[in-house]
Structure formats: C-alpha cells, structure tokens
Ligand binder design. Structure first.
Ligand code: ADP
Ligand code: GN1
Ligand code: MG
Length: 355
C-alpha cells in the first residue's frame, strides 16, 4: 500500500497533498504529511522488529499522553506532549498486514535540534524533560507494559555486548580492538545504578528514557520548549537515565556520528545550563538521586557507545545507518565523551551539589 493510502486510514482533515521523509530518528520511519486543506501531521511506520507488541506500545503512549493532556488542560496550557491521531475506526495505529503505522499532530513552528551551542536553548530542553517527569510523578507505573525490558540495565547491556563480541557476526571484532577494550575496561560502571534501584536507595520512577535533544520540540520563535516527543521508551527508570542521556547527546561539541574526533569534546557550559534547568524544574529529587546525576551522564554515554559498538559487531541491525562504519563512528564519539567526562567528574559533581 502507498503512503497516501495509509495516511487516509487516519482521521485527517482533507486529502494528503505532501508526504515526505522527516527527521533524524534512528528507530522508526517518520514522514511529514500535509493535506490539501493545510492540515499537518507526522506519520510513522513503527519499527516492529523492536516493538513486537505494537498494541501494548500504543496503549502506553495513549495512557501517558492522556495523563499529561489532562494536566495541561487543568493548567490551561497548550499541550506539552504528543497528540495521537486515531484511525477512522478509532484505533491508535493502523495494521497494514503486519506493518504498523501511527499518526500524530504535527508540532508546527518548532524545531527538533540535532545540536545547540546556545546554553539558553539547552536549558529549555532541560525544563521540558524535568516538567515531563513531574507530570508523570503520580502516574501509576503498573499500567505500563515494559515494551523494551531492561532498556537501561547497563549490566544486561554489557552481557549483550559480550555476546555480540563472541558471535562476531559481521567479522569486525579484530578491527575494533581498541574500542572493545574501552568497553571491557569499564565494566565497573555497570552495576551501581541497577543495584541502587534494586535496594531502594534511589527511587524507581516513570521516566522517558530517550531524552536526546531531538526528542523535544523547541518553539522556533520563542526558543521555549513546546513538547516532549518520542514516547516509545516511557517506562520505569531512574531520573539519572533521563538526565544522563540528555547530557550524552546535547553536551557533545560535534554530531553524535562525527567521524573526526578532534571535533568532539564535552561542553561543560552546556552541562551547567542543563543541570540548572533540570534541577530547578524537577520536584522531589532525593539527595541520593542528585548525587548520582553526574555519574549517570558517564553511564548513559558509556552504555550508548556500547550499544553502537555491539550493533557494529552485529552487522548494523538495530540503529538505522546511512554509511559504512556509521555505528562505529557513533561509538567512537561516545567513548571520546566518556573519557572527557571521566576527567571532569569531580567538577561536574561539585556543580550539581551547589545547585
Ligand atoms: P525515532 O524513534 O525514530 O527517533 P521520533 O518519534 O523521535 O522517531 O521522530 C523522529 C523525528 O521526527 C523527531 O526527532 C522530530 O524531528 C520529528 N517529529 C516526530 N514527531 C513529531 C511531531 N509530532 N511534530 C513535529 N515533528 C515531529
Ligand atoms: C535511539 O529513537 P531515537 O533515535 O530517538 C535509541 C536510543 C539511543 C539513541 C541514540 C528505542 O533513539 O536508546 O540512545 O537512538 N532508541 C531506542 O541516538 O533504542
Ligand atoms: Mg527520536
């Protein structure tokens, strides 16, 4: 079925006039749709290789978006979240014979930045993710299906990495020895947060779990955040996962896939502005959670690098790639950032403690 035939399965205003690929996500296939009546939407082909239970995934997203929409309405605020467009027969996704599509209202006049150099913009993304977390603080986590179990269980990610290394499916292990050693030599990072969550030292919350800058829409005119998007990974997690993943992506002086590592370094000024925005917005953070935030920036960056490298070893089957060694380039940027942060951990911790 053509994309315009898919688009009309949803309750859209008018007939599709424009449909084109959109955005830089690594997981789903995203399209911009505009109708002859000027209505704008996002159409997504859901990656059901990852999300085996699409019905559960979309139920999660319906629950979360309606929870936040109610709060926005009570505050007489514009929506700060995604708005699902149902199919004409009232379903949150369309099943095209085993290929699954969903649609959202297009958040207009807003930008999903791939990078920012302006600390004020990065501060606004922190405010949005902090507010997102606040909105979900009274959300009953037992309603959610854990669609990607152990998503940020770094110990599990480490075992998966070792399995990929052992299998060496694409025959690449011998050529990336240095990167493999980088991962193996930092195994000590794997257990700290997992065990603190288990013991209750830090609380399990409902978190976004994929808080990179291009998962928040920033108003093109005001520079204020409009909405948090990409809700596929909203699951029980830890505040440090959300904080750390934002730092991982946003405090990089270069692109996540920059092949020239001389352009890649950790930007402390951006770290400072994100920390201020997040901590001034997030309510009820415990002392113990706060004390782990800086470490979680290293942890999330290490974990993501390990996932990119595992995918390189597996033959690029998870993250969408556009060129040879794309996942390897991504892994290398993450490891460069980990090295930089390791040198500045004291300074990062002191800054957070002072806020
Ligand atoms: P992925 O899971 O592949 O990352 P996303 O849901 O993050 O997919 O969407 C990819 C990109 O599409 C986003 O980074 C953003 O640029 C754009 N996008 C997604 N949803 C919307 C929306 N509702 N309005 C405007 N742009 C959107
Ligand atoms: C993926 O979906 P996207 O592109 O926003 C991935 C994240 C990684 C990120 C790395 C479901 O995020 O976990 O941190 O790429 N999402 C999933 O850029 O695996
Ligand atoms: Mg995304």
């Amino acid at each position: 079925m053509e994309l315009n035939e898919i688009a009309v399965k949803f309750a859209i205003a008018g007939a599709p006039a424009v449909i084109r690929p959109h955005g830089e996500g690594h997981i789903n296939l995203t399209y911009y749709v505009e109708t002859d009546k000027g209505a704008k939407y996002i159409l997504q082909k859901i990656n059901n290789k990852l999300f085996a239970d699409v019905a559960a995934l979309m139920r999660n997203i319906e629950l979360v978006t309606s929870h936040i929409a109610k709060k926005n309405a009570a505050e007489k605020k514009q929506s700060t979240c995604l708005t699902i467009v149902m199919t004409k027969d009232g379903k949150p996704f369309y099943d095209n014979g085993g290929e699954f599509y969903r649609m959202y209202d297009y958040i207009d006049d807003a930008i999903a930045y791939q990078s920012v150099s302006d600390p004020a913009l990065f501060y606004e993304s922190a405010v949005a993710f902090g507010a997102f977390q606040n909105y979900l603080s009274d959300f009953d986590a037992s309603q959610l299906t854990e669609v990607l179990p152990d998503f940020h269980n770094t110990r599990k990610r480490f075992s998966d990495f070792k399995a990929s290394l052992k299998a060496d499916k694409a025959g690449r292990a011998a050529s990336v020895k240095e990167e493999i050693d980088f991962v193996l030599s930092r195994e000590k990072y794997c257990d700290r947060i997992v065990s603190m969550l288990k013991s209750g030292e830090i609380p399990l919350r409902v978190t976004h779990n994929d808080t990179k800058l291009n998962n928040v829409m920033i108003d093109a005119k005001t520079g204020k955040a409009r909405a948090v998007i990409d809700l596929d990974t909203v699951m029980p997690g830890c505040s440090g996962y959300d904080f750390g993943d934002s730092i991982r992506f946003g405090c990089n002086s270069g692109a996540e896939d920059e092949p020239d590592l001389s352009k890649v370094y950790f930007k402390f000024d951006l770290f400072e502005s994100y920390s201020k925005g997040y901590l001034s917005t997030l309510k009820n953070i415990t002392k113990a959670e706060k004390a782990q935030l800086a470490f979680c920036a290293i942890l999330m960056t290490y974990e993501c690098g390990m996932r990119f490298l595992a995918d390189h070893l597996d033959g690029d089957v998870y993250f969408r790639t556009k060129r040879e060694n794309h996942n390897l380039d991504r892994a290398r940027t993450q490891f460069k950032l980990v090295s930089d942060m390791e040198k500045q951990l004291d300074k990062m911790e002191k800054l957070i403690e002072s806020l």
